[in-house]
Unconditional design. Structure first.
Length: 103
């Protein structure tokens, strides 16, 4: 279940990067537009983008740290239980082989 959460977090981060890039492109495209209301909207958007970039950086750092933690725990488990780990890997390999063989 945590792998699914990690995948969802990675997808969310990627989607947020796309949104931030699109918003920056909109800001550049409307830079020549005149008017007080347009200037106010661009300023608000710039503030929100700055906040989003900061949140994105924090979320990315949290995901990286969590991934490192999971890797350390996995490594510790394999070091403490080498034969059990080999058995689990063999079982997974057998299942994957059976699934591929059915096609």
């Amino acid at each position: 279940m945590s792998e699914l959460n990690e995948v969802n977090k990675q997808k969310l981060l990627a989607d947020l990067r796309v949104v931030v890039a699109d918003a920056e492109e909109i800001l550049r495209a409307t830079a020549g537009q005149a008017g007080e209301k347009m200037a106010d909207l661009r300023a608000k958007l710039q503030d929100h983008l700055s906040s989003a970039r900061h949140s994105l950086a924090e979320a990315q750092a949290a995901v990286v740290e969590r991934s490192k933690q999971v890797a350390r725990v996995t490594d510790d488990y394999v070091q403490d239980n080498p034969w059990r780990s080999v058995g689990i890997a063999a079982g997974i390999g057998l299942l994957v082989g059976l699934l591929i063989g059915r096609r």
